[in-house]
Design a protein around this ligand. Structure first.
Ligand code: UDP
Length: 326
């Protein structure tokens, strides 16, 4: 299939592009390189520099080839930031997505894979979190993802758009083949922060709370390797093409890892001391999030293969070590 990957120069997007190319798809990336990186682009994929807030650029991109499908990963993702800059998230995440949907409709492109998030659920009422779990986002970022899922359902009903909304849990790790190595700038997520501390790019890790009701008191998350996530996109695209049905599905490893467990593995693998200090809890952080991915397994035949703690840390450290030339 000919696929336009919007946000394909970003951290997850570049892994998705690689997986699509590997599966025989013909890919063009659309990205404004605001956080995406030129070094994440592939020679085997086309590239259009453009902004999802510019409908003319989107229309021109969709008119540039007869695309069969789009994958949309162009979004701001700072859950904390979204609470004090909601306008930024309304405009980019919501308006930008509506622009994409309208350009797709105008161009007659009827298949979309969309990056949603476990942030749509908010504080868990039970674990593991399945797709039917109540949706009460705790931050504005999660709210934008939930609203977009609702827009998608309406575009399906009114315009025949078939979509797959993939609710990622905590994306982490780097390309299992070591080919992709663009470092995220100013990361806020746990594993890249630990890596920066290990590589001497920041002074220390701050551990946001050690008094949670978890085995070691630190927050537990379901980390899913980005190569596994990328594979989920390919399988989701296959599913909507084959079944002609839309799909909302969780993508997680079903395995909970604490902050301290990740830190200990990172110390072992990097051989670095990684200074860390316990600070207060970060507002809005649940104690524990773990996915049920039973639906992804059943409908997509998808399962996390590389999401164990050791592989997550090792693939990340390989990249940081190389990039900072340690
Ligand atoms: N965390 C931490 N220090 C950091 C970043 C994150 O202790 O510098 C903790 C955070 O409280 C949570 C886990 O690591 O328990 C994952 O946080 P992250 O921001 O990576 O993802 P989130 O689950 O918030 O989307």
């Amino acid at each position: 299939m000919k696929v336009l990957v919007i946000g394909g120069a970003g951290y997850i997007g570049s892994h998705v592009v690689k997986a699509l190319i590997k599966s025989g798809h013909e890919v063009t990336v659309f990205d404004n390189l605001s956080s995406g990186l030129r070094e994440n682009l592939f020679d085997d994929a086309g590239f259009i520099e453009g902004n999802i807030l510019n409908s003319e650029q989107l229309d021109a991109a969709f008119a540039s080839a007869s695309f069969d499908a789009a994958v949309h990963l162009a979004a701001f993702k700072g859950a904390g930031e979204s609470m004090f800059k909601p306008e930024k998230y309304s405009v980019n995440n919501i308006t930008g997505t509506i622009n994409i949907l309208n350009s797709m409709c105008a161009a007659g492109v009827k298949k979309l894979v969309f990056s949603s998030s476990a942030a749509v659920f908010g504080e868990p009422e039970y674990l593991p979190i399945d797709e039917d779990h109540p949706k009460n986002p705790e931050n504005y970022y999660g709210f934008t993802k939930l609203e977009i899922e609702r827009f998608l359902a309406w575009y399906d009903r009114l315009k025949g758009l078939k979509f797959a909304a993939l609710r990622y849990f905590n994306a982490a790790g780097y390309d299992i083949d070591g080919e992709l190595c663009g470092l995220e700038q100013n990361p806020a997520n746990l594993l890249p922060v630990i890596m920066e501390a290990a590589a001497g790019m920041r002074e220390k890790l701050q551990i946001f709370g050690d008094d949670y009701d978890t085995p070691d008191g630190t927050g537990v998350r379901d980390y899913v390797h980005v190569t596994d996530l990328a594979d989920g996109h390919v399988k989701a695209l296959d599913y909507i093409s084959r079944e002609g049905e839309s799909l909302v599905v969780n993508l997680g490893s079903e395995n909970g890892i604490s902050v301290l467990e990740l830190l200990e593995d990172a110390r072992k693998i990097s051989g670095s001391k990684i200074p860390a200090e316990i600070t207060g809890r970060r507002p809005g952080d649940p104690a524990k999030l773990v996915a049920s991915s039973a639906k992804a397994k059943e409908l997509l035949g998808w399962e996390a293969k590389y999401s164990d703690c050791e592989t997550l840390v090792r693939t990340s450290w390989d990249v940081y070590k190389r990039q900072v030339k340690l």
